[in-house]
Structure formats: C-alpha cells, structure tokens
Design a binder for this molecule. Structure first.
Ligand code: SF4
Length: 510
C-alpha cells in the first residue's frame, strides 16, 4: 500500500485554504509550513500568466530523509506515509539536507523536525487529510496509489501528470496535473526583487542573480510567492570538517612515517595523538552544539538507526579518539615510539575519520554538489594538508629528524596541490545535475566567489611554502616557513569548507 496525493493545478485557485487548514490542524508556528502554495508569474503586463504549485512532502517510496535520520524519528509506515516522532528527534537537521523538496522544517516551538505527515491521525480514524477536506475546488486527490481501482490511480492513469525532481530517484508520491514545469523546477524561476505580498527571504534574493544568468528575457518565469528555507548547516559544520581533518592527518602521518622507517620523535609519540584527541573532541563538541536538541545527543546510541552515516560516523570518531588515547598512554608509560600494531589501526581509523563525511553527504540527496564522487579522495588530501600543516611547525620547533620534517612538508605540499586541483575541479568541472551546476556557479561566479578565490590563493601559498620548507629544513628560517605553510593551509581549508557547505544548501529545492 502506498498513500499518495494528486493535485490538479488546472482547478487550483491558489486560495491557500489547504495551507491554513494544515497549519490549524497541526498547530504549525507562524512563518512555517507543512504545505504551501507557490506562485510563478511569466510574461509582461498585460500579457502575463500565473501558475500555482501546491508544495508538500512527497511521501517518497525511497525516502532519503528516513535513511539519513540517525534516531528513526522519521519512518515509513505500512501504508506508505512518511511520518515522524518528535520525541525521538535530536534536531540534527540531516533530514532537511536529505529531502530534495524542502519539505521539512525545524518546528520553532519544539526544536524538532516536522513536515506533512498526511494527517496520519485522521487517516487512522478513517478521515481524509485536512487539506483535502477544505479544498473548495476538490483539487487535491488522495488515496492508495498501489490500488489500480482507487480514484487517485484512475486519475493518474487518465491524466498527464508530473512529479517534482524525478531525477533524484526518491519515488515521489505527489502527482501534479496541469502544473507548469517552471513551478515544479526549483531553479527555473528565480525570484525577482519582490514577492507580490511579501519580501523574499535574503537567501533567495542573494542567489537569484546567479541563477538567472544574463537575465535578458523579460518574459522569463519568476517566483512571486514562496516560503523561506534557510541554510541550516553553518559555521559549526564547516569547522567540524576542519577539526576532524586535522585529527585524521595527525594520526595518518606518523603511521606513514613508521612504514617508511622514519623516527618521528616526540612529535609522533605525544603531539600527534594529543592533536588527534583535541581535534576529535572539538569535532564532537561542534556536532553536539549544532543539534537543535543537544540534550538528546545520547539518542545516537540509545535510538541508533544504523543506515544513517551520522550514527556510523559517531562510531568512527569514537574509535579514532580511543586509538589516539591508547597511543598517547603507550608513549607516556613506555617512553617509546608507537608500534606498528597501534599505528596501523590508527591509520585505518584516520582514513575513516576523514572520509566518512563523503558517505554522510552522499545521503544528503537534496544537495547535489555534495554527491560528488571526488569528495572521498578530496577529504583525504585535505587531511594530509591540514594535518601536515599542524604538525610541521611543531616538528621543526622540536628539531625533529630531517626525514620526518621532510615527510610532513611533503604531505602538506601534496595535500595543498591535491586540494587546489580538486576544489577547482568541483567548481569548474561537469556536474551531474542542474542543482549541482547551480551550486558550483554560486561558488565560482556568485556570492561566494571572493571566499573561494581567497581559499585557492591561500592553498597555493601553502603549497609554495611547503615546497620551500622541503629545501630550508629546520632552524629559525625553517620555523617561519613552516608556520606560514601550516597556517595558510588551515585558513585555506576553512575558506573552502565554508563555500562548499553553504553553496550546496543555497540552491532552492522548491
Ligand atoms: Fe517527504 Fe522529503 Fe522525506 Fe521525501 S525526502 S518523504 S519529500 S520529507
């Protein structure tokens, strides 16, 4: 069984009765919506037209919000309805990144995720959803899409219907009859400078010029009424990518040195595990602080949903911290360099600490830029860059073995060059979807171009000074060069993570 909606936009009069009935039924806070009516205008006065689109959760057959939810707060019922349990929600906002339809918001009263749940409580009592009952033109059809004899199945079989963003492969179960493609395609109709009854949110205004391109067609469709969908992952997620990159690099490079038979001295025995533990602790603090319900963070253990890379990532971070702790204790107790039996598992944990985010971001189906197959290798070279950049000045200051110093400088050089190349490739290369291309344009040509170029320039400085460090080696000059190389590498990565995290979230999904 699969409940679904069909919305006949040919008879919809854009009255917002469905919006209001839904808000009343579910006590939705002011400024937030489980369903809403989007307007798109085309042409010029007096030759204008207006199209409506009723937006809501698609109760997807393969719902990515359910997959990514770390606590099973979002779940699919036997009847196909995608429902939620706000008593289990930790407010991580991952579902908002996974939904390709802007269907989910964080309820301002409960600080937990919410969305259209098909009025499941009414369905359980044999009633239709509130929006269906209130619609004055009977434009909202509802029923079992798996039953070929249901009225909705008959409607879809006989009318030409479309779904939103079918390329996402989620199996959306809201079908639109007579909807303008410009209403259903979230990037086809950027907002003009104003809505008809309201000011667009600042995010939509900021990205519209880039999405519009040259903007020479005055008849082009433009959105004249919609709801706001802010970017919900900000500086804490940006910084978390950096802190865990430093931690991963700090664990990986001593293992590499062990394989090469190099003496890492006190840097490898004490500084590297302490840096790794500090980086992982900061990572955990940032992740918990970013939750809308941080006091529920332990639900990641007690209500763990193992398909979610948020849960698997938590295990990886904990394993990395535990190994770094054993490493440090071993050095304190024995006074010896860490042995291979400790460094090799630490190296595996380091690769996972750096790279698991590629799988987490891969589950964020709404952010196509993050779906890049280059993300995993990119995260590894980033770890080499910032891990090498953090350890290099310490090793030079401690007058460490030349081979170890050269390995750190080489790792920083390779990491910075690799990061530079992959960052340029992510922005200027071919993209798998219009959504990813739009995000890349926001970075390369749009509001993020200044930060993006600053990050690239700093990466180049880090690479050049790392090459110089290979030549200079130790001493006072070597320390200055190492500090410049290591410092610019950290800032360069933060600049990149800022634009990469932000731009992907700024492409409209509705
Ligand atoms: Fe609804 Fe979005 Fe989840 Fe699909 S991914 S079921 S549209 S919330």
């Amino acid at each position: 069984m699969q409940y679904g909606f069909a919305i006949d936009q040919r008879t919809c009069i854009g009255c917002h009765a469905c919006t209001v009935a839904c808000k009343t039924e579910h006590n939705v806070p002011v400024g937030q919506f489980r369903t809403w009516v989007k307007y798109v205008d085309s042409g010029q006065f007096p030759e204008t037209s207006r199209d409506f689109g009723v937006m809501r959760c698609n109760h997807c057959t393969d719902a990515p919000c359910v997959q990514i939810c770390p606590t099973e707060a979002l779940f699919k019922r036997e009847d196909g309805i995608v429902d939620f349990d706000n008593s289990a929600c930790i407010g991580c906002k991952a579902c908002m990144q996974a939904c390709p339809y802007d269907a989910i918001y964080v309820d301002a009263d409960t600080n937990t995720a919410a969305k259209c749940n098909f009025c499941a409580h009414r369905v359980d009592d044999g009633l239709e959803p509130a929006c269906v009952v209130v619609c004055p033109t009977e434009s909202i059809w509802v029923g079992d899409l798996d039953d070929p004899d249901s009225a909705i199945s008959q409607f879809i079989a006989t009318e030409e219907t479309l779904v939103r963003s079918p390329e996402q492969g989620t199996g959306p179960n809201v079908h639109y009859a007579g909807a303008s493609p410009a209403v259903l395609d979230p990037v086809a109709a950027p907002v003009d400078d104003t809505y008809i009854w309201a000011q667009p949110d600042t995010l939509r205004l900021a990205v519209a010029p880039t999405l519009r391109g040259d903007g020479t067609d005055p008849d082009a469709p433009r959105t004249t009424l919609n709801t706001a969908h802010p970017a919900v992952w900000g500086w804490k997620v940006t910084t978390y990518l950096w802190t865990k990159g430093v931690a991963a690099g700090a664990m990986l490079l001593p293992a590499l040195a062990w394989l090469l038979g190099l003496d890492t001295g006190a840097t490898g025995a004490y500084v590297a595990p302490v840096l790794a533990m500090a980086g992982l602790l900061a990572t955990a603090v940032l992740l918990i602080a970013d939750l809308k319900r941080p006091e529920r963070f332990f639900f990641l253990l007690t209500k763990a949903h193992w398909t979610s890379w948020l849960v698997k990532g938590g295990v990886v971070l904990a394993a990395g911290a535990a190994l770094a702790g054993v490493w440090f204790l071993f050095a304190v107790v024995t006074g010896d360099a860490p042995p291979g039996w400790l460094l090799m598992p630490a190296a595996v944990a380091a690769v996972l600490v750096a790279g698991y985010t590629a799988f987490l971001f891969g589950q964020a189906e709404g952010r196509d830029l993050w779906q890049s197959p280059l993300l995993f290798p990119h995260l590894i070279v980033q770890a080499l860059m910032v891990g090498g950049g953090a350890l290099l000045p310490v090793a030079v200051a401690l007058d460490a073995d030349t081979g170890w110093v050269r390995l750190l400088a080489g790792a920083l050089l390779v990491g910075a060059v690799g990061h530079l190349g992959l960052a340029v490739r992510e922005v200027t290369g071919r993209h798998s979807s219009a959504n990813a291309s739009a995000a890349a344009r926001l970075i390369g040509e749009g509001p993020h171009r200044g930060t993006y170029r600053l990050g690239l320039a700093l990466s180049a400085v880090a690479a050049l000074t790392a090459a110089l460090a290979l030549v200079v080696g130790g001493g006072a000059l070597g320390l200055i060069v190492a500090l410049v190389a290591g410092g610019t590498a950290q800032v360069a990565l933060l600049a990149w993570e800022h634009v990469f995290v932000r731009a992907a979230q700024e492409v409209p999904l509705s």
